[in-house]
Design a protein around this ligand. Structure first.
Ligand code: GLU
Length: 476
């Protein structure tokens, strides 16, 4: 197979939302699968719609998701080769070539004339006049008289057929397309034209994008043919619907990549989940590493039907990827988020505390909320201890636990769970009668992580202090 070159072509009109990110993911994974290249092209020709800072945001979002591009904007420099706006000359030259070959013509109709001629069943804002058949003398005269014309592509009447890897063969009638503008009167290329000229120049082999672009594809297929370039493989991914059944879009409140990064979703979980919207690895696996995704991705298993975005599933995928992290990496990922004023943990204490709560984390951002289970506010602890004061039997149990703990050398969760049970045995308490008072004494709560985890997470000094304080409250 010739080199696979895919591209992600966002417009810098705002930050990326999950729908766009999914498109980038498919392009990235397919390129990696075939050891090809993933190209980033910023489609910034629509100057009025460009948003300040959006480009930097898009680059940051892609980096966060681990979707590094092989070619693309020269980050830091102001004019990388893959900013569409910097390629105006190539667009104009290609348009002139089409005009010279009789495949495009100057249209002098004004916007008002075009709008006035538009009826319900015209395919688009077509040329309402005879511009397609003007003679060269008239063209020259009208060009000189101004205002400047637009350039329209002369769409042949025949059927346009193209193959979509997801949907199969698709046919459009030329008359349903209409002669569309390729160069505006200020000589800027329109979207359909710029995309094709750039895809040819960048030797893109696969155009993978959302189903919303399906109706642009016949125009683009015609342009590839007219420019005598081979058409790329087209694949239009199924539409993603929000939980309310409406198309997922920023306007409808699709989560932004920036927000998910801010909340601390595991990027691999996000990439994993989004790659399954419309594609399947061929079995029922739902949690896949990057490496597995790269190994398995192909267009054959992309389905055509709409898929539904499930925020709960996304969270679950993030949790699964967090659970699979080595402790050290997890500590690195959460360290900067830990509220140090509330949890003044030393470098040695933090990993133990994180280990105790790790199975509860669905995002890195939840770290403080779960650390509160180990390091409750003084009032929470005091309330728990007050409850204990009502339970006479607790005293014997807590004394036994405190004493047994003094002898523990390996302060790890399994050993500690065993020690608590041993202590319970010596005090004649087991099951709830054992765990309930110990938990209340240590955390002030009735529920929480396994007691061995709690003890390992808070360490011997705090454990002894809390048990002593609880005992003091019981004995008044
Ligand atoms: N710039 C287009 C968009 O943001 C993508 C064009 C394409 O993939 O062909 O929707």
């Amino acid at each position: 197979m010739p080199t696979v070159r895919t591209r992600f072509a966002p417009s810098p009109t705002g930050s990326l939302h999950l729908g766009n990110l999914r498109i980038a993911i498919f392009n990235h994974l397919l390129a990696r699968h075939h050891e090809g290249q993933f190209v980033l092209r910023i489609e910034d020709t629509d100057l009025e719609r460009n948003v300040e800072g959006a480009l930097e945001g898009i680059l940051a979002d892609l980096r966060w998701a681990g979707l590094e591009w092989d070619e693309g904007p020269d980050v830091g420099g102001s004019h990388g080769p893959y900013r569409q706006s910097a390629r105006g000359n190539s667009h104009r030259l290609a348009a002139l070539r089409l005009e010279a070959a009789g495949r495009a013509y100057r249209c002098f109709c004004t916007d008002e004339e075009v709008a006035a001629a538009r009826t319900g069943d015209t395919p688009g804002p077509e040329c309402p006049g005879r511009c397609r058949s003007l003679g060269s003398g008239e063209i020259r005269a009208r060009t000189e008289a101004g205002p400047p014309p637009v350039l329209r592509f002369a769409v042949p009447d025949d059927t346009v057929s193209f193959r979509d890897e997801v949907r199969g063969d698709i046919h459009w009638e030329g008359r349903d397309i209409g002669d569309f503008v390729i160069l505006r009167s200020d000589e800027r290329a329109t979207y359909n034209f710029a995309v094709v000229v750039d895809d040819i120049a960048m030797e893109i082999s696969h155009v993978i994008r959302g189903a919303g672009h399906l109706s642009n594809t016949p125009k683009q297929a015609l342009l590839f043919d007219a420019l005598e370039a081979p058409r790329p493989v087209f694949a239009h991914l199924p539409t993603v619907l929000g939980p309310d059944g409406r198309k997922l879009s920023k306007r409808e409140g699709a989560p932004g990549v920036r927000e998910l990064a801010g909340e601390g979703y595991h990027p691999d979980g996000v990439v994993n989940y989004l790659s399954l919207l419309g594609w399947s690895p061929g079995d029922d696996r739902e949690i896949l590493s990057r490496r597995e995704l790269v190994a398995l991705m192909d267009l054959d298993r992309v389905g055509a039907s709409d898929t539904i975005f499930d925020p709960e599933k996304l969270r679950w995928a993030s949790a699964q990827h967090i659970a699979a992290m080595p402790l050290e990496a997890l500590v690195d990922a959460v360290a900067s988020r830990v509220d140090r004023s509330r949890y003044p943990l030393s470098d040695e204490e933090l990993p133990k505390a994180v280990d105790a709560i790790r199975t509860r984390l669905t995002t890195f951002g939840e770290v403080n909320q779960h650390l509160a289970l180990l390091f409750p506010e003084p009032e929470t602890l005091a309330t728990g201890h007050a409850e204990l004061a009502e339970e006479e039997a607790a005293e014997v149990t807590l004394r036994a636990v405190r004493q047994h703990l003094e002898e523990v050398e390996d302060w790890d969760p399994e050993t500690l769970s065993g020690v608590v049970r041993e202590a319970g045995k010596s005090a004649g308490a087991r099951g709830r009668a054992l765990f309930h008072p110990v938990r209340l004494a240590l955390t002030g709560a009735r529920q929480g992580p396994d007691l061995g985890q709690v003890l390992a997470g808070i360490g011997p000094r705090r454990a002894a202090q809390r048990l002593t304080r609880a005992l003091n409250r019981i004995t008044g």
